[in-house]
Design a protein around this ligand. Structure first.
Ligand code: 5GP
Length: 122
């Protein structure tokens, strides 16, 4: 696992050094709008803890952080109207490392919705 680099842009957002458009903040999680949205709904959910990628988070975060993260994600999907209880669905994805084409080395999950996403694997 590469060492966590706390100069990454999401670490700077968490420290309040650069602004963000917050949708939800909980004890362990921040959800905010992506600066380059790829869909009518495009938000990023990040843990407040320092985790490089999904595998780092899933292996090393506490149960409380993991539960909080997933509950926050589900709540935002519901509140933004894309969850299945009333909405038409969404995609939740994470990119990890070079082959995953991860731009920001702080674990984050994209939540995309508001339009059909298309097939991921052709
Ligand atoms: P990934 O690392 O999964 O490839 O994607 C990183 C995502 O972070 C991109 O969708 C990009 O638009 C978003 N992003 C990069 N810099 C910023 C920023 O400063 N603010 C916000 N809100 N999003 C950002």
């Amino acid at each position: 696992m590469p060492a966590y680099d706390d100069s990454n842009i999401f670490a700077r957002i968490l420290r309040g050094e650069i602004p963000n458009d917050t949708v939800l903040e909980t004890e362990h999680t921040l959800v905010f709008r992506d600066i380059r949205p790829q869909a009518p709904v495009h938000v990023l959910a990040i843990p407040k803890g320092a985790y490089v990628s999904y595998d780092d988070f899933a292996a090393n975060a506490s149960d409380a952080e993991i539960v909080d993260f997933h509950r926050a994600l589900a709540r935002v999907a519901r509140e933004l109207g894309v969850a299945l209880d009333g909405g038409q669905g969404f995609r939740a994805i994470t990119n990890a490392g070079e082959h995953g084409v991860q731009e920001v080395p702080h674990f984050h999950m994209h939540i995309l919705g508001g339009r059909p996403m298309g097939r991921m694997v052709q």
